[in-house]
Design a binder for this molecule. Structure first.
Ligand SMILES: [Zn+2]
Length: 454
């Protein structure tokens, strides 16, 4: 009975999707009669204009939903990767009762809303983080599609924007290099978001996650010349002109990786809390800092990596400042914000850079064909802000606030505050689960039941 009702709902969902697509198809077919398109699209009837707008809306919704589905997969990756579980071969399950998640409950965002934030089987609360991550990645995917893909690449430096804009033109007159760049950057954002969430959990991705990100970021551009819009060196100034294009590509990748390693090392050293006066000085360094920075350099090249690292440190300082002002006691979301890891700030910084890459390039922040003091100035700002972030992260919430008693059975003091999700602290947490993966919310690192669901 219930099973058949669910199957009916799934079929209805698929049929609705097919109907929406079939409505979109005549829209762009009617807009593109042979011989007219794409010459004079300015001459359109009212109906064609409306149908074109409908097509843009359907396309935008599609990007939002695909992004949310990717965000759902991101939740799975972030939960399972540090635990060395397969992200592919095991269907979504509830980590508390281990019951499998039904397909109709696994729809991004909607599944959580429909179940009102609880597991269908064991009735324990599901962290609100899961729908929020899905929404965030859906919005990022949507905005990047609008700014990079559907705009014809107007956000990219050193690249003539495609002559057409809009979903219609992407379908009709595809700019394949631009589609490749969009996929490349989406993959980068996905991987950096994974790093961001794992670092927030004080977790470290497995080595193959890091190796995959670095290899893809630095090797794919060697095969596809277009994936690095901004070269790391000026091809015209290389010594062997015949080899110049490929040598410039190789140099772009190598310089990007090296710059990422340097920036990550600086951020990592700055965030190490040796010498801290805090009782929780044993807290580990920000996990994932160097790996994420190296991958970033491979994906974007050294100039963009430098700017992104600087933005990330600015975001980190802001987050730590806000957290410092609002955290009343150790534990809880604001205290986690006060200790925001650098790798967590890196994903929004990379997103910001992608949106404004051309503007930043035109402003002279990313020289490639001449010597400039700008990179040195940016590097100096980066180091200075890293020290500010370190100082902010070391300030206790309130000088006189009593720390919670450390349970000797929980090992070193650092472990108690380390925000590990799901049972690693030994405490019996009552905060499990989500549809795709499931884990303890970070918004509540104390291991207490989440009050709002009780
Ligand atoms: Zn359950």
């Amino acid at each position: 009975m219930h099973r058949s009702a669910r199957q009916v709902r799934v079929v209805a969902f698929l049929v609705a999707g097919a109907v929406a697509l079939s409505m979109a198809w005549p829209a762009w077919r009617s807009l593109s009669p042979p011989g007219r398109f794409p010459v004079d699209l300015d001459v359109r009837t009212q109906a064609e204009v409306i149908r074109g707008a409908a097509l843009e809306a359907v396309t935008g919704l599609w990007f939002l939903m695909v992004g949310a589905a990717l965000g759902s997969f991101l939740n799975v990756v972030v939960y399972r990767m540090p635990r060395r579980e397969s992200v592919i071969w095991r269907p979504s399950y509830c980590p508390r009762c281990h019951s499998q998640i039904r397909l109709s409950d696994n729809l991004p965002m909607w599944g959580w809303v429909r179940l009102r934030g609880r597991c269908r089987d064991c009735w324990l609360p599901i962290s609100m983080r899961y729908p929020l991550v899905e929404l965030a990645f859906g919005l990022m995917f949507f905005v990047l599609a609008q700014v990079e893909l559907l705009s014809g690449g107007t956000n990219l430096p050193m690249r003539v924007p495609h002559r057409h804009r809009g979903a219609l033109y992407v379908l009709w007159d595809p700019d394949w290099p631009l589609i490749g760049i969009f996929g490349f950057h989406s993959l980068m954002l996905f991987l950096l978001m994974g790093w961001a969430l794992m670092a927030w959990d004080r977790q470290r991705p497995p080595w193959y996650y890091v190796a995959f990100a670095i290899a893809v970021g630095s090797l794919l551009p060697l095969a596809g010349l277009f994936l690095h819009p901004l070269p790391g060196v000026d091809p015209d100034r290389l010594i062997w002109p015949k080899l110049a294009p490929s040598a410039a590509l190789l140099a772009t990748s190598v310089l990007g990786l090296a710059a990422g390693g340097l920036l990550g090392a600086i951020a990592s050293v700055a965030s190490s809390s040796t010498g801290s006066r805090e009782p929780r000085a044993a807290e580990p360094r920000d996990p994932g800092t160097v790996g994420a920075a190296v991958a970033l350099g491979g994906f974007l090249g050294w100039q963009a990596a430098l700017c992104t690292a600087l933005f990330a440190t600015i975001y980190q300082c802001l987050a730590r400042f806000v957290g410092m002002g609002l955290a009343s006691a150790p534990g809880g979301f604001m205290d986690s914000l006060r200790r925001t890891p650098w790798a967590t700030a890196l994903a929004p910084a990379a997103f910001f850079l992608l949106l404004d890459w051309r503007v930043l390039f035109l402003a002279g922040l990313m020289p490639y064909d001449r010597f400039s003091y700008m990179p040195l100035a940016l590097l100096a700002m980066f180091v200075a802000l890293c020290l500010v972030a370190r100082r902010l992260g070391r300030t206790p919430p309130e000088p006189g606030a009593p720390l919670p008693p450390n349970d000797p059975s929980q090992g070193p003091a650092g472990d108690h505050e380390s925000n590990l999700p799901l049972g690693n602290s030994g405490a019996e947490e009552v905060v499990p689960h989500d549809a795709p993966a499931g884990e303890v919310s970070n918004f509540d690192s104390t291991g207490q039941p989440r009050q709002e669901f009780d």
